[in-house]
Design a protein. Structure first.
Length: 532
């Protein structure tokens, strides 16, 4: 199973903020707790153990009890059961990734996030054998942007689930997905792997009433053999541990001020999220709306629901499940209820976590290590052979298509298409004219400059025409290069952000996930290229 890699920084697909984070630039070091190295987890374990185990026994009991209830109707692997039970002990810690409830897992990076999490727990156990490490997939059941998750791409086609949704997506009924499956299975064919995919979809979505239960079943079917533990934090018992932080947010609104101050330190980059004055939603089955404070009343946006301070504090005590953290508060909620050491996410996620450290410090909650998830390009042997035949390396294929075509045109031409050497010769000749011009009046000097500009521009135009002519002459091979790059980078974007896992499962079946688990090294900070 051949593999190759390219650094994240050289891939061309990561932001300047992520590149600077990976290079440990000094301007960012105050925004995270520890950089993700195996050695740095020793201090992280010690800090989290003290921080979490203050009143931690009850937190662990609530966490385990909640997980046991959520898994009560799920066929669970021995390893996952052991991991859930281990969370009761003070030397057990978690590594967490979070992801939306994308239909049939959405794009490929869903797999990579979870495998990064699983593999890091394995590495940590080898390094720190006296502790236990549990991989957690935090389902984003309280999100409400259904348009972001109601589709997936398969073989260049978008399969969309058309349904109305207004509340938290985890509570959304799966009704109507039988018709969706009929359309999808027409594309799958009749192979053994196609039958497996169809049954997996049926068992996940047609045999469960809501999207949270369906997604839990799917992720468990794919990863229970690796001991993955799946958590739905839309839960009253879990939120009871978060009550003091909900109250603080409503009464003091300190997150707004602290995160804005940190965002100012990131002003040279694109700031990922901006805090609200209150970073909480009010939720019911069909409602998830912002809480706003106006005229001494707490109001639920776009509704007639409102509370006095006394009323909302009473509601928090009796029904904490009606309060949902937004993107600013959710990370804090996670770290309050989990004995967590590390959060694994994509570039966008790590970017908004970097805004939160001072907020965590004020809340007296340990800030986790932040690790960029594995990124992967999957290629078939046929595609790899085609790349070799076209004299393409992986760095070539990661280039922007226009740049790749220009570079390859110049490489494949029998003569220099780049006229830089002629421009230099011309500039040298004009230097002699400038020497003469400097001995006469300024009007002649201006004429020399104008003539030089005109002739340089003429050469540049000829160079463009020459390049265009060579592209026409080499159009057959350039077209094959474009076609290969388009296969590997659909819509000239990363494959992992476009393609659903089922496209590769259809060809490679049950070997797909074990191959990825075997190959991915979460702490290497490399973009893996895996040839299947």
């Amino acid at each position: 199973m051949p593999t190759d890699c390219i650094s994240y920084q050289n891939s061309g697909y990561f932001s300047s903020l992520m590149n600077d984070y990976l290079e440990k630039k000094t301007n960012l070091q105050s925004l995270y707790n520890r950089f993700p190295t195996l050695e740095n987890f020793e201090a992280q374990i010690q800090e989290k153990q003290i921080n979490f185990n203050e009143n931690g026994t009850n937190k662990r009991q609530i966490l385990v009890s909640t997980l046991e209830k959520q898994y009560s109707k799920v066929e669970t692997s021995v390893l996952t059961k052991q991991n859930i039970e281990a969370l009761n002990t003070p030397n057990t810690f978690t590594v967490t990734t979070g992801h939306q409830l994308n239909l049939f897992s959405g794009p490929l990076y869903f797999l990579y996030k979870i495998i990064s999490t699983i593999n890091l727990t394995t590495e940590l156990k080898e390094k720190y054998p006296t502790c236990n490490f549990v991989p957690i997939y935090w389902m984003a059941t309280e999100d409400h942007d259904f348009e972001e998750i109601n589709y997936f791409n398969f073989k260049g086609k978008k399969f969309r689930w058309n349904k109305e949704s207004t509340g938290p997506v985890g509570r959304l009924s799966t009704e109507g997905l039988a018709e969706f499956l009929e359309v999808y299975t027409l594309e799958l064919g009749s192979s053994t792997n196609a039958a497996t995919l169809k049954k997996l979809f049926e068992d996940s979505y047609l045999n469960h009433d809501n999207l949270a239960d369906a997604t839990r079943f799917l992720a468990n079917a794919l990863f229970s053999a690796c001991g993955l533990v799946i958590l739905d934090a839309d839960n009253a018992d879990l939120k009871r541990n978060f009550i003091p932080f909900i109250k603080e947010e409503l009464l003091q609104q300190s997150s707004h001020k602290l995160v804005l101050e940190t965002a100012e330190k990131l002003k040279e980059y694109t700031v990922q999220v901006n805090p609200r004055e209150i970073n909480l939603f009010y939720i019911e089955d069909d409602v998830r709306e912002r809480i706003i404070f106006e005229n001494d009343r707490y109001k639920v946006n776009h509704t007639k629901i409102e509370f006095s301070e006394t009323e909302i504090l009473t509601l928090i005590e009796n029904h904490p499940e009606k309060f949902s953290p937004n993107v600013i508060m959710r990370p804090l909620y996670q770290e309050v209820i989990l004995p967590n050491l590390c959060y694994i996410g994509g570039g966008g996620e790590i970017a908004y976590w970097l805004e939160l450290k001072s907020f965590f410090a004020a809340a007296k909650v340990t800030f986790p290590i932040l690790l960029l998830r594995n990124s992967v390009l999957l290629a078939t042997e046929k595609q790899a052979k085609k790349a070799d035949k076209l004299q393409l390396n992986w760095a070539d294929l990661f280039s922007k298509q226009a740049n790749l075509v220009t570079t390859k045109t110049k490489e494949l031409s029998d003569f220099p298409v780049d006229l830089t050497h002629l421009k230099k010769q011309l500039q040298k000749q004009f230097q002699e004219l400038y020497d003469v011009a400097n001995k006469t009046d300024e009007s002649f000097l201006g004429a020399v400059k104008a003539q030089e500009t005109k002739q340089i521009k003429g050469l540049e135009n000829l160079e463009k025409r020459l390049l265009k002519a060579q592209k026409r002459k080499l159009s057959d091979i350039l077209q094959r290069i474009n076609e290969l790059q388009n296969e590997l980078f659909p819509n000239q974007s990363l494959q992992e952000r476009q393609t659903n896992f089922s496209e590769f499962y259809l060809e490679f079946g049950e070997n797909l996930i074990p191959t990825l688990v075997k190959q991915l090294k979460p702490l290497d900070n490399k973009f893996d290229i895996i040839v299947l």
